[in-house]
Design a protein around this ligand. Structure first.
Ligand SMILES: CC(C)(COP(=O)(O)OP(=O)(O)OC[C@H]1O[C@@H](n2cnc3c(N)ncnc32)[C@H](O)[C@@H]1OP(=O)(O)O)[C@@H](O)C(=O)NCCC(=O)NCCS
Length: 166
């Protein structure tokens, strides 16, 4: 881990981050960069979003975010509840199993603990890497078949929760 630097992202990182992350069908790089800039400018400074990145030899090799999610009152019962979420962690394939996922998770859980008693996250039931990683931090299943804002409906999306304060 000595070769890696993890830090909070700033607005100037927006384009590098988008180019690092896997492409999203139907959304251009330009639109994603604009959305990332907006998040870094508005939501990070409002204290409702944390975006971290990991660098190695000057290149971005990891990304993670945590955020406060507010569930709109009109949504279906399957919609995820309001709360503080670990949302999206991605490590470049060549840099996996070196502790970056763990380091990102610890930094984000410490940030959530400053705001709330518990953290939430969701993933797919077949994402063994994600489930194993988060089990270490006390996450346990709350519900299956949950819907998340901006994401396609999936029966195999699982919601997990962990206490972050004693
Ligand atoms: C999940 C992910 C972020 C893990 O990142 P990482 O840097 O490799 O994680 P770490 O090296 O910190 O691993 C910590 C622990 O997680 C678990 N883990 C990580 N990868 C795993 C895998 N492929 N299979 C099973 N367990 C795994 C292990 O318990 C591991 O500890 P160990 O290496 O001592 O056995 C990475 O695999 C990734 O980017 N996957 C694609 C994106 C994704 O699915 N993100 C999660 C969405 S919720």
């Amino acid at each position: 881990m000595d070769d890696y630097a993890i830090r909070a992202a700033v607005k100037a990182d927006a384009e590098r981050l988008v180019r690092f992350l896997p492409a999203k069908p139907g959304r251009s790089v330009e639109l994603r960069v604009e959305a990332m800039r907006h998040d870094l400018r508005e939501r990070v400074s409002a204290g409702e979003l944390l975006i971290l990145l990991a660098e190695h030899d000057g290149h971005v090799v990891g990304y993670a975010r945590a955020s406060h999610v507010v569930r709109p009152p009109s949504r279906s019962p399957e919609e995820i509840p309001s709360g503080w979420y670990l949302l999206g962690v991605y490590v470049a394939t060549a840099h996996r199993r070196r502790g970056l996922g763990r380091a990102f998770t610890e930094r984000r859980l410490a940030w959530i603990a400053e705001q709330a008693d518990e953290a939430l996250y969701f993933t797919r039931t077949d994402n063994d890497a994600s489930l194993e990683l988060h089990t270490e931090y006390g996450f346990s299943e709350v519900a299956r078949g949950v819907n998340a804002p901006g994401q396609p409906v999936r029966a195999d999306r699982v919601l997990l929760r962990a206490r972050v304060r004693p």
